[in-house]
Structure formats: C-alpha cells, structure tokens
Ligand binder design. Structure first.
Ligand SMILES: Nc1ncnc2c1ncn2[C@@H]1O[C@H](COP(=O)(O)OP(=O)(O)OP(=O)(O)O)[C@@H](O)[C@H]1O
Length: 244
C-alpha cells in the first residue's frame, strides 16, 4: 500500500510572539521518504517552524497537519523523532544510560530495547564511548547521541534542527548516508541547516528569510530558476541576503 498523502502539511501557518510576527503564511508539504531542508540565516525562523511541526508550539494562524493530525497532538509523539538544537541529555549518565532512559519513555522493553540502543549507538559511531558519562563528551559527540535518541523508536517523521553542528566531516558524511537510507525506507525527514553542501543533499528545500518562505523546490530547480551555480548564490537571487 503506497501512501501519497503528505506527512507534513503546513498551510498558511503563522506564529506571532509578543506582537512580533516570527513566521508568516508558511506553506509547505513533505511527502513520505522525502528529505526536506529548511535553509535560512540565523534568526529567520527555522527552529520556530520545526517546533510547530513537532507540536512543541502552536501556530496562531493557518494550520500544521502531521501524519493526518492537526498539531499540536500528543498522540503523534511516538511517531515523530525530534532532535532539538540544544541537546537534552543527562551529563551524569553514560551514553548508554541516556539512550536507555529515552527508550523507556518510548515504551521499548527487553531485547528490543537493547537491540535498538545498540543499533543507534553504532549508527552514530559511539559504541566505544557508550560507558562514558556524557559530561565528558565533546559538542559533536553530544549531537550524535541526540541523533541516536531521536531514532530509537523508528519514527515515521524525523525533525532535525542543525543535526551536524560541531560534527567532523567523516561522521557528517556517514550521518547523511544514513539519513538517505532512512528516507529510502520511507521515513520523512525535515532538517534545518546553514551548510550549503548539506542543502544540496536534500530532495527539496524551503528557503526561509524573515519568517517567510521565499522559494521551494529541488536544489537543481532552485539553482536553474535563479540562474545560479550554487545553492548559496540561488539563495541570494531569491532575496535571502542578510537582513538589515
Ligand atoms: N520564545 C520566543 N520569544 C521571543 N522571540 C523569539 C522566541 N522564539 C524565537 N524568537 C525570535 O524569533 C526569531 C526566529 O528564531 P528561530 O530560532 O526560529 O530562528 P532560526 O532560523 O532557527 O535561527 P538559528 O539558525 O540561529 O537557530 C528570532 O528573531 C528569535 O529571536
């Protein structure tokens, strides 16, 4: 059975905080097995949008529908993997204990729980450090552990806010290869990034500036329509230069 309905549908969504429009009239959709990148300068509203999709925050206008449910909807929690920009890890616990904690929140038990934890540690190449307390981890190791935690319950939708910040190029490549594999298995992925070579690896991109989507398309479409050789140059053509 193939599922053609969008996993994420953002329809005219806005978010105003203290009278200031952080996001305005956002429209986008993400299909099954699609890697959708949100690209935009710091402060453009990417995190705010990801939080609306995750159901951590609510739009003040329009709607956000995820896996067929209007967000926020807590019943979607077990079907979404969310990796926030700041790592929600326990420094006193080891890597393995942190994952064990998250696995228990997702209701994983027994052999299945140990298997998923081992798989997740292998994926982010932290097997050798699994018994180390997280307070001794580097920033990049914490990012990798957060990614592992977001994958434990095999979510249908993965929301990653700057997943590769502080991660060295070799592991970054292996993480992107894994994201491509997950997408090929039907997982939908929304990922925010500033990194232009990562943007090129997304199936489609939404370029965001000042809380508005200024362009959506595949990396090739966006470059072609802008008459640009690179995503960075295309971004500038669409009006994505630094704000004031
Ligand atoms: N709770 C809040 N209260 C007030 N302002 C907020 C709040 N959350 C976000 N903002 C503002 O909204 C704007 C967008 O922030 P957001 O974190 O979504 O941007 P971003 O594109 O993710 O930036 P970065 O790439 O630096 O993470 C910023 O100007 C930020 O200061």
């Amino acid at each position: 059975m193939s599922d053609t309905s969008p996993r994420v549908l953002v329809d005219g969504a806005g978010r105003t905080i203290d009278g200031r429009a952080i996001l305005s009239d956002i429209r986008l959709s993400v299909g099954a097995g699609e890697i959708f990148g949100l690209l935009g300068p710091s402060g453009s509203g990417k995190t705010t949008l990801v939080r609306l999709i995750a159901g951590m925050d609510e739009a003040n206008g329009g709607s956000v529908t995820v896996l067929g449910r209007r967000m926020p909807d807590w019943s979607n929690l077990a079907r979404i993997g969310y990796m926030a920009q700041s790592d929600a890890l326990y420094g006193e616990l080891t890597a393995e204990e942190n994952l064990d904690f998250f696995a228990s929140l997702y209701g994983l038990r027994g052999g299945e729980r140990s298997r998923r934890i081992a798989e997740a540690l292998e994926l982010v190449r932290l097997e050798a450090d699994r018994r180390k307390q997280v307070r001794h981890f580097s920033g990049g190791m914490k990012r990798r552990l957060s990614l592992a935690a977001s994958l434990l319950h095999r979510p249908e939708l993965l929301l990653l806010d700057e997943p590769t910040v502080g991660i060295d190029p070799v592991i970054r490549q292996s993480i992107w290869a894994e994201l491509a594999r997950l997408a090929a298995d039907g997982v939908s992925i929304v990922v925010t990034t500033h990194v232009m070579d990562e943007a090129d690896r997304c199936h489609r991109l939404g370029m965001i500036r000042d809380g508005r989507v200024i362009a959506v398309g595949t990396p090739d479409e966006l470059k072609r329509e802008a008459g640009a050789d690179t995503i960075e140059a295309a971004f500038l053509v669409y009006g994505g230069g630094a704000s004031s």
